[in-house]
Design a protein around this ligand. Sequence first.
Ligand code: F6P
Length: 364
Amino acid sequence: MAEKRIGILTSGGDCAGLNAALRAVVHRAIRGYGWRVFGIRDGSLGLMNRPLDFCEFDLSLVSGEMLRLGGTILGTINKGDPFAYPMPDGTTRDRSQDFVDGYKELGLDALIVIGGDGSMRILNKLCKMGNVPMVGIPKTIDNDVAQTDYAIGYATALSVACEAIDRLAPTAASHHRVMILEVMGRDVGHLALSAGIAGGADVILIPEIAYSLDGIVAKVAAVRAEGRNHALVVVAEGCKTEKGLAMTQLHTGGEARYGGIGQYLAEKLGQLIEAETRVTVLGHVQRGGTPGMRDRLVASAFGVHAVDLIAQGKIDRVVAWQHGQVVDVPLSEVAGITRAVDPYGTLAHTARGLGIYLGEMAGG
Ligand code: F6P
């Protein structure tokens, strides 16, 4: 097979396991096919900047240490859509052609994009515009990429969230408190639901299921009636107030991100029940740290399969994990599509079966 030059970039919020995927791509491309692999720095920026910002990988750069390394050695961005690139004066500019020109200047034959649903949507648009053959690898601690049971980073984030509950439980018990843990997840509740079940929460609130303060209060009262003096509440950051208001916070540059629903609940519950409440916002701790075993495995399988797809001429595909296997699906079935929690799925049913208050749905 003729030598190819493939590019790889990480896009969107970082997470644990990205470096394991990079490592797998480089190993497979060089060992399996004798290709050259170019790492694009800072997501799409590396191809938009002049001079181009990239590195060429060789096997000495991708030792087993990459498996243990959190973050992404390439850097990433979760803002800066090339079609509406934010300029310093507050306006936006279409810089998509810079990206396509950068791809051509580097002489690439295909691009592997490690990203979430949003990044896949933007990159898909860019690649279509420039006739760039693309293969996607799903990553995000939110685990909301369509068509895949697992996205890279989710398993590690879940372990972190579960460990947080493990640490909160004893102090909640000692002080007879209601402990509220706010976890990430953007618009979906996969992290909150799984961590809450695994950590033994009494209440789990996710954006997909409406809740009422009365429902939470009733659950805490029931816990007390059963003889326990403390309770654990896990809430997904994307949950709204009882009146449907999204809780957000402004960060530097005026960017809004979810945050504050835990504090809102604490204040409301404090007024409704006689119990001390405390809030822990887990935040970016969920994204960092040493990748867990499942993320290392899934990332490695994804990386190898992504390169194989390019070798087979199968482009505009996204690798996915389904029923314990790595498979691939059309990019059009993934790009920009959010996979929400099924309110009647296995985990929701499990939570209800355990007596966890999950909201106010039929069957809840
Ligand atoms: O999508 C991943 C994620 O960590 C979300 O769970 C969270 O809402 C968001 O990114 C945080 O973004 P930032 O890193 O820009 O604060």
